[in-house]
Ligand binder design. Sequence first.
Ligand SMILES: Cc1cc2nc3c(=O)[nH]c(=O)nc-3n(C[C@H](O)[C@H](O)[C@H](O)COP(=O)(O)OP(=O)(O)OC[C@H]3O[C@@H](n4cnc5c(N)ncnc54)[C@H](O)[C@@H]3O)c2cc1C
Length: 258
Amino acid sequence: MRQTDILVIGGGIAGTATTCFLAQHGRQVLLLEQSELAAEASGLNAGTLWATGWGRTPDLSSTLCMGSLEIFQTLQLDLGYDLEFRQDGSLQAMQTEEEHAFARREAQKLLARGHHVELLDSRDARDIEPALAPGIVGCLYYPYGGNADPVKTALALASLAQRRGATILTHHEVTDIAHLDDGAYQVVTPLATFRAKTLVGDHSRTGVNCLLAERGSSCCSVCTRRDSSQPSVQFAPVLEWSHSLRFIVQLFQHYETG
Ligand SMILES: Cc1cc2nc3c(=O)[nH]c(=O)nc-3n(C[C@H](O)[C@H](O)[C@H](O)COP(=O)(O)OP(=O)(O)OC[C@H]3O[C@@H](n4cnc5c(N)ncnc54)[C@H](O)[C@@H]3O)c2cc1C
């Protein structure tokens, strides 16, 4: 049976980023992915980085989006990974007058809090994106927004994790998890069995909570806890791709400081 301190299930952006940041902090970490890295949502999404600036009083949302942007910049500019990252704004299109009215109210709220967003009519929006569909009545324009290639991002995080000592195994579908008497977890795939002190997974995307529930084990949620008697199972929530990186760092810091 292979041993590891921390076992991460799922090789999307949440799993690869978690593995990367844990390895950066010297943790022994192993990631299992059932198919290829970024095979699901993290490889299929549009790669839009939603961002409205920090605002006058940075809140959770602005910390996650602007903090994640900084990590994208670090990966591409400082560490040399080509993510096709660019920060040249993003557009959110409105197809009906009702959507446009809703967008106006949202923009007013954001502007009042010191964020950066513009409500454009269809002509101004077309100046930025000439290929907009004819029926679009207007757009919200986020000048701080951007884009990156989602597959390249996950592969970069995985590569960096491996350079930092992590092990990543693809084509390892987790089919069973057992909570052992000594508090560790036994994780089964058709190819091998693993033993880990701590599991990290995403409950909605990997089904690990169902596997645990079948075994009568409980799990704690986003709020991780350091509990000497019960290794915690940490589940990342469903996150916007563009907010994930800063969220994982935040979660890790929370875990480290207890
Ligand atoms: C069409 C679409 C467009 C989107 N556009 C954007 C966008 O522009 N901007 C944005 O911020 N967000 C966007 N999103 C949302 C974003 O893609 C997701 O929030 C994000 O990718 C979730 O990442 P994840 O790592 O949590 O999940 P996933 O990428 O789904 O990763 C989960 C991984 O777990 C693996 N897995 C599952 N079960 C097991 C198992 N039993 N054993 C081992 N591995 C397992 C899967 O194979 C998968 O690789 C979009 C989503 C979709 C679907």
